[in-house]
Write a protein that binds this ligand. Structure first.
Ligand code: NAD
Length: 375
């Protein structure tokens, strides 16, 4: 393993998901040196800074600190574009949570800005770098399912039930750029880009069911009693044609109760890919001989959020391409938008962007084997 200086990083956004990022990035991933964190709610950054022994900072202090090379943007999705843009303008590399922005044009602007500045723009999800989907990649590349021909994504969750209607922080489920296709669909789309490569065309239908008929239910929510306006698709069905020829149907609905089905079908067998929101769902291989959960060939089966930024840190030091690269996260973002555009125009949407499959990680199942990134 090459030895080099860890990359100095700071986290912007100290909400729900920041705990696991900080746990992994501060305590486990040695390639990262997280020096501080900020939040527009300073009580949150104070609490996290104290818990993890780092500096409580403001966004501006992070942007103005010449030592900080990398910003990890885990704000709400409506702040992603602004925080990433300001970070790039301040000369920082970015790893951001999904999706990269709300509007497609904002995503394209960030990609262009990063290129102009010579900085890396990377983003979630990094679950496909985990044990489950890296093992699946090895199975597919080894030809164990033959030639992939078809895939299925059924992603159904209840977003409009009590939990979301009671919690003022759950607005991502209802506002533009959020909702189930952007919030959860990304795990499935990047999971398939990892296995199959880029997408050529998409089409579909997207609906906002009952946009004005639900109300906020929690008396301590300032919006209590008001209409919970739904402004993003909560029911979407589409078809995705990969450049390699695989056809995939995708159903994302937040109008029912939970159901997950993520399958890849090949000429010789099929893979049940589990829940790609998890790092360690063992793929189940079915061939004519029977079915079995496959043993992991790769590490990171626990909640390893932060391995995307760690991979980026190695890329910064080695000058190689990061796996969660701008071209891939933008391509994923365009697929989701493309299905919605197809619904509006009534036409098949031809993708304007493309990308390559990311390099697989090196196999190895020891705990936090960072050398797997050091390629
Ligand atoms: N919660 C999860 O299980 C989960 C899992 C994976 C990914 N994510 C993603 O991570 C991101 C954050 O999710 P979360 O659940 O932690 O949300 P959250 O609402 O709990 O936290 C977001 C934090 O960002 C802060 N913030 C917003 N705008 C800011 C700005 N301009 N500058 C500084 N701070 C700002 C908010 O004050 C808040 O504390 C989202 O993109 C989400 O999709 C969440």
């Amino acid at each position: 393993m090459t030895t080099f200086k860890p990359v100095k990083a700071a986290i912007i956004g100290c909400g729900m998901i920041s705990g696991i990022y900080l746990e992994n990035c501060v305590r486990k991933l040695k390639v990262l040196d997280v020096v501080g964190c900020s939040d527009i709610k300073p009580d949150r950054s104070k609490a996290k800074a104290e818990q993890f022994g780092i500096r409580q900072m403001t966004n501006e202090e992070i942007w103005n600190d010449p030592q900080i090379e990398l910003v990890i943007n885990i704000t709400n999705h409506t702040s992603h574009h602004e925080v990433s843009k300001k970070s790039l303008l301040a000369g920082k590399h970015i790893y951001g949570e999904k999706m990269m922005a709300v509007e497609l044009e904002e995503g394209a602007e960030l990609v262009a800005l990063a290129k102009e500045k010579g900085l890396y723009l990377c983003g979630a999800p990094d679950t496909y770098l985990g044990a489950g989907l890296q093992t699946a990649r090895k199975i597919v590349d080894a030809g164990l399912i033959g030639t992939p021909v078809a895939a299925n994504i059924t992603l159904v969750r209840g977003y409009h039930h009590e939990r979301y209607r009671e919690d003022p922080e759950r607005r991502f489920a209802f506002c533009p750029g959020g909702g189930i296709i952007f919030d959860m669909g990304c795990y499935y789309l990047m999971g398939l880009i990892n296995l199959l490569g880029p997408v050529k065309r998409v089409c579909g239908f997207s609906q906002i069911r009952e946009p004005d008929s639900r109300r906020y239910m929690n008396p301590s929510n300032p919006e209590y009693g008001k209409v919970m306006k739904i402004e993003t698709p909560n029911n979407l069905a589409g078809t995705i044609e990969f450049e390699c020829g695989v056809l995939c149907n995708i159903l994302t609905s937040s109008e029912s109760i939970g159901c997950n089905h993520f399958m890849l079908f090949g000429t010789e067998g099929q893979l049940n890919l589990g829940d790609p929101n998890n790092f360690g769902d063992a793929p189940v291989l079915t061939t004519k001989g029977g079915s079995a959960a496959m043993p992991f060939t790769h590490a990171f089966k626990e909640n390893s959020r932060g391995i995307g930024p760690a991979d980026l840190a190695y890329a910064i030091r080695n000058g190689r391409e990061p796996r969660c690269s701008a071209e891939r996260i933008y391509h994923m973002f365009e697929i989701a938008h493309g299905i919605m555009i197809s619904d509006k125009t009534g036409e098949i949407y031809t993708m304007k962007s493309t990308c390559t499959r990311p390099e697989p990680l090196a196999p190895g199942c020891t705990e936090y084997p960072e050398m797997v990134f050091d390629l």
